[in-house]
Design a protein around this ligand. Structure first.
Ligand SMILES: Cc1cc2nc3c(=O)[nH]c(=O)nc-3n(C[C@H](O)[C@H](O)[C@H](O)COP(=O)(O)OP(=O)(O)OC[C@H]3O[C@@H](n4cnc5c(N)ncnc54)[C@H](O)[C@@H]3O)c2cc1C
Length: 461
């Protein structure tokens, strides 16, 4: 027999203080879901808000002894239902553990607690001329959530994803053991890399209580080019050429015509593109460049504009800073626009960069075969295609998603490049992934979490 809410409240109040355990009506709706479309919300028995690693260790040990399901939560901006709790479980919310422990300007690292938000870290780094370069589209996301989903975002084409920037973690096992993995070191060769195993594990192996992140000097100069193309194929074919040109783009995004129209209208942005071009453009490529030297940036901008024209762009616009920032903002808000327009699901298949045209051709076929509508934009520079799927019938939608994921995997890709599997993509993963790999993952899960209390329902059933 499991504990009821009052018993759970009493148990954890002794660890974190009564004011930091929420039960009943005090558990706000936010704790029952993330931003995944179509994932059923679930209210937990209680929300527990620890203030230190020691409290996390004690509460996990107690939960493990009593087999209480534990779901970690950062800011709840995830796209795969990965922080949706169990009805008889608790949410461990890291909102109180939001300290930037240290910014080490000699070693170029920041040490943060998991509840630190991206915008909070950026505000602390900017005056020092430093940057943590991973910027997934939602800046209220927490670093704990970023680490646990291996978040990506637009700048991954230059800097890589979260995984490349986590030098170490402090993490707590259900046994209450506290692991310190990695640290302020940029290389290590001492057995299995537990830091990287925990990155992207969606709260299923351990709770992250601290992360050591790699920092970079902040580039002082940036430019943004917008190139409309007559076909999606031309856009996606241009991507490897720009990467190969050596300019090292900061952002390389494709936006299809529908998404561009809806996203710019949403933020009231008029880019001044002549209507004759707008009528012929089926897709747009956004290329952002950055440099520490103004003259080098100018040369790279000119070279990229010339290259884009030679690759068939209908025109090339170098956007003024204000319009560029608004366009990036509009692209980041594309999810909200798709949601407001009734999208039934959002997915982010990743394929090898050069296979994007083949994948997009298959996407169009699948949409036709199932009378569905699929609009998209994406991190073209990473082969990470974000698609809004409009198909209200759940069984047809499931076939559409299955087809899209299969197409991605057949091209050497994966179901998700950055949103993760969570609850909403789990069944496709269990169906399509190599059974030997799933079996090994299950054995790893048991080694970390023998009683399966950590985020049950995510990744595995
Ligand atoms: C408009 C919008 C745009 C987005 N764009 C992008 C994008 O471009 N790229 C991208 O990668 N993502 C994007 N996302 C998704 C989202 O922002 C990321 O997945 C982010 O990493 C989630 O962080 P969070 O703090 O909200 O985590 P949550 O949603 O709270 O949790 C995510 C996962 O992390 C686990 N978790 C959280 N904290 C911990 C911890 N301390 N220890 C262990 N596990 C933990 C949770 O259990 C869950 O499994 C976008 C989301 C929105 C709403």
């Amino acid at each position: 027999m499991g504990l009821d809410a009052a018993e759970v409240s009493q148990l954890f109040a002794e660890v974190v203080g009564a004011g930091n355990v929420l039960v009943g009506d005090a558990v706000g709706d936010d704790y029952s879901h993330d931003e995944a479309l179509g994932a059923a919300p679930q209210v937990p028995l209680a929300v527990v808000r620890p203030g230190s690693t020691e409290e996390v260790a004690t509460l996990l040990r107690l939960a493990d002894e009593r087999r209480i399901p534990v779901t970690a939560r950062g800011a709840g901006t995830g796209m795969s239902g990965a922080c949706i709790p169990e009805p008889d479980g608790i949410v461990v919310s890291f909102e109180r553990m939001n300290r930037i422990v240290e910014i080490d300007e000699q070693n170029f690292v920041a040490v943060v607690e998991p509840g630190v938000q991206l915008d909070q870290l950026d505000a602390a780094l900017a005056p020092l001329g430093l940057v943590y370069p991973v910027f997934p589209g939602e800046y209220s996301a927490s670093l704990g959530g970023n680490v646990s989903t291996n978040a990506g975002g637009m700048r991954a084409v230059k800097y890589g994803v979260t995984r490349q920037h986590v030098l170490g973690v402090e993490a707590v096992l259900p046994s209450g053991e506290v692991l310190t993995c990695g640290g302020k070191i940029v290389k290590v060769s001492t057995g299995y890399d537990l830091t990287q195993l925990i990155v992207g594990s969606e709260g299923t192996l351990a709770l992250v209580t601290q992360a050591t992140l790699r920092l970079y000097p902040r580039a002082g100069h940036a430019s943004t080019l917008l190139a409309p193309f007559a076909t999606v194929d031309e856009v996606t074919a241009a991507v490897p050429r720009i990467v190969g040109s050596g300019v090292g783009p900061l952002i390389l995004e494709y936006i299809d015509m529908l998404t561009m129209a809806a996203a710019t209208a949403h933020v009231g942005l008029d880019l001044g593109i002549p209507s004759s071009i707008q009528e012929s453009a089926l897709a747009y490529l956004v290329v952002a460049l950055e440099s520490t030297h103004a003259d080098r940036l100018e040369q790279d901008t000119e070279a990229t504009a010339t290259l884009l024209s030679s690759l068939g762009a209908l025109d090339v616009y170098v956007l003024p800073d204000g319009a560029a920032a608004q366009l990036i903002d509009a692209r980041e808000k594309a999810f909200w626009v798709a949601k407001a327009n009734g999208a039934d699901d959002i997915i982010d298949v990743v394929v090898p960069r050069a296979s994007v045209p083949a994948f997009m051709a298959r996407v169009a076929e699948i949409a036709n075969e199932h009378s569905s509508w699929i609009a998209g934009c994406g991190h073209a520079g990473d082969g990470n295609v974000h698609m809004a799927v409009f198909q209200p019938d759940p069984s047809v939608r499931s076939r559409v998603l299955h087809g899209l994921f299969t197409a991605g995997i057949d091209l050497g890709g994966a179901i998700s490049g950055e949103h993760g599997l969570g609850r909403s993509k789990k069944r496709y993963f269990l169906d399509l992934e190599d059974p030997a790999k799933i079996a090994l993952m299950r054995r790893i899960k048991v080694a970390f979490d023998p009683h399966s209390i950590l985020n049950p329902g995510t990744l595995f059933d």
